[in-house]
Design a protein around this ligand. Structure first.
Ligand code: SF4
Length: 280
């Protein structure tokens, strides 16, 4: 059977900053004897990643001798190529897309932050370097059935020019396999791995994370809530109801920060994350 990691045309490898997509990159390098010409490795920074994630992306490039292109969303549907040194660390790309959307915040029904700062930013970059039709390899594992089903059902979620491939799922790779892989490496993502999941990954207090996780992250480091609370405060000037909250059925980020200070245990510990394209 043909290896799902083999590349045979213009290809984009999407690095999310998590262990899974990084493991995918390793498997692609191994299967192809390096990164073939016409293949680009992209990382889209939202400005709300943990510093450990940014270091991990830098370390991947150094340890595996590959070029990772760092991208950030800019106003008016532009993008900028940045580096580890110049990458935003205070949510600047995220604020730019919120402003672009008239101050209305993203929410579970409208996850425009992910599609604009990641998917479409990658597409804009790829077209700028001459890609017209390409494959995108995403780090989605076999044990993520909802996400697998989404891309099996529609491998062209944004444009017919792109075919989304999920080689790890095709190869039956699970969270346990990814964990075993990283335990054997000489470097790793400096964030806790909990049953194959990285609570601290992607945007630090992403509204798609379960409320108890968001609360734990706020309790661990209360400063994390400041940016999110400020976005909700500013949104009140532009929007009403749902539009001025990331999750209208939850306490605001400001309230969460207050609760964290009061050390209340108020969230459902069994709630699961909502899946999105941001990935692990
Ligand atoms: S991690 Fe969450 S908040 Fe960040 S871009 Fe993705 S969906 Fe939006």
């Amino acid at each position: 059977m043909r290896s799902p990691y083999l590349i045979d045309g213009p290809t984009c490898i999407s690095l999310s900053g998590g262990r899974t997509s990084a493991h995918l990159l390793f498997m692609i390098i191994r299967a192809n004897g390096g990164i073939p010409a016409g293949t680009v490795i992209l990382f889209c920074n939202t400005g709300k990643e943990e510093e450990a994630t940014l270091r991990f992306i830098r370390d991947i490039a150094n340890h595996w001798n590959v070029t990772v292109v760092w991208l950030e969303y800019r106003s008016d549907s532009e993008f900028e190529v940045v580096t580890f040194e110049t990458a935003s660390r205070n949510g600047e790309p995220f604020e730019a897309i919120i402003r672009q959307r008239g101050g209305i915040l993203p929410n579970p029904r409208s996850r425009y932050c992910s599609s604009e700062m990641k998917t479409r930013t990658m597409h804009r970059y790829l077209r700028s370097i001459g890609f017209t039709e390409w494959d995108t390899m995403l780090g989605i594992r076999a044990d993520e059935p909802k996400r697998v089903a989404t891309f099996r059902r529609n491998p062209h979620p944004e444009t017919k020019d792109e075919m989304v491939l999920i080689p790890l799922a095709d190869a039956g790779v699970s969270a346990r396999d990814v964990g075993d892989f990283w335990r054997a490496q000489e470097f790793d993502l400096g964030l806790p791995n909990m049953n194959g999941k990285t609570m601290h990954g992607n945007c630090d207090l992403c509204f798609l994370k379960p409320a108890h996780q968001v609360y734990s992250l706020v309790a661990e480091k209360p400063e994390r809530a400041i940016w999110w609370a400020e976005q909700e405060r500013q949104a009140e000037e532009f929007a009403h109801g749902n539009g001025c909250r990331f999750r209208d059925e939850r306490p605001s980020y400001q309230r969460m920060a207050q609760y964290a200070r009061q050390q209340q245990d108020m969230f459902d510990q069994l709630e699961e994350s909502i899946s999105c394209l941001c990935g692990d």
